[in-house]
Design a protein around this ligand. Structure first.
Ligand SMILES: [Zn+2]
Ligand SMILES: [Zn+2]
Length: 266
């Protein structure tokens, strides 16, 4: 029924993933996912396990080109971590490279990853932990030199345990500022279905934030399962598409050569 796409997939070229591109393609054929974008991690912190200097770009490029022969709608992307902090390294790295899609993601707020308990323990109250996360995402959104912002609301994947009453309304001004910054830069948002696999049980961000993005004038929305292992690949896509359909959204976006292409959701 739906024209399923997945724009957030990691394979063994990412330090923390194990599936192969062929495994993703086989599952796409079995589950009728017509368009897939691999989005390997691209990080820049000098102490990161696999920063850009250690990424096997030529191997990645060759593997994508080979696999495309059996699945033409296979795109080559990156999930860039904190590009707003490592502007010089990021811009130099992507210059002249043939890439279909770049997602800008925030995995670190200062020295902490906002999905671990230590992150929340630093703050005097739970709302401050969310606010600090949104403030850093705002800086990333204002930089905006990427195609879509990855997993907005990531903080809520773990934070749901501490702030179960979270709602978009509670952080409306912070979230709206992020959405407006993205729109002014021509960047989109990702609906990340990994939230369905965790305690929160919702996509990241939730449909209320997606509706706010559209209301503010945004029209670039990608969907991705953010899988690192075959078992998670495409998990929750149908649920996300159902939520989009119910909200009256007719099209989602995929990227080719860094250009948005609209795909009717059904
Ligand atoms: Zn991520
Ligand atoms: Zn990811």
């Amino acid at each position: 029924m739906f024209n399923l796409t997945d724009s957030h997939l990691h394979t063994s070229f990412s330090w923390d993933a194990s599936q192969t591109i062929d495994e993703v393609i086989n599952k796409a054929k079995a589950e009728n996912v017509g368009h897939i974008t691999i989005s390997e991690h691209l990080d820049f912190h000098p102490e990161h396990k696999q920063n850009h200097t250690k990424f096997n770009y030529s191997g990645y490029t060759k593997a994508i080109e080979k696999a495309r022969a059996g699945f033409p709608c296979l795109m080559k992307g990156f999930e860039a971590g904190e590009p707003h902090i490592f502007k010089r390294e990021y811009e130099e790295y992507i210059k002249g490279k043939d890439i279909d899609f770049i997602m800008g993601s925030l995995h670190m707020v200062g020295e902490y990853t906002p999905v671990y308990e230590e992150y929340f323990q630093q703050y005097k109250d739970i709302k401050s932990a969310y606010t600090a996360y949104f403030e850093e995402v705002y800086k990333l959104a204002s930089y905006g030199n990427f195609d879509v912002l990855g997993h907005l609301n990531l903080v809520h994947r773990r934070g749901v345990q501490f702030l179960p009453e979270y709602s978009y309304e509670m952080f409306k001004s912070e979230i709206d500022d992020i959405l407006k910054a993205l729109i002014s830069k021509g960047a989109g948002i990702e609906i990340n279905t990994s939230g369905f696999r965790y305690h929160g049980g919702d996509m990241l961000p939730g449909i209320d934030v997606v509706k706010a993005y559209i209301k503010l004038g945004g029209n670039i929305i990608t969907v991705g399962s953010d899988s690192h292992y075959v078992k998670d690949t495409f998990f929750g896509l149908i649920r996300a598409y159902e939520a989009l359909d119910k909200a009256g959204i007719k099209e989602i976006t995929v990227f080719k050569n860094r250009k948005p292409v609209k795909v009717p959701i059904k």
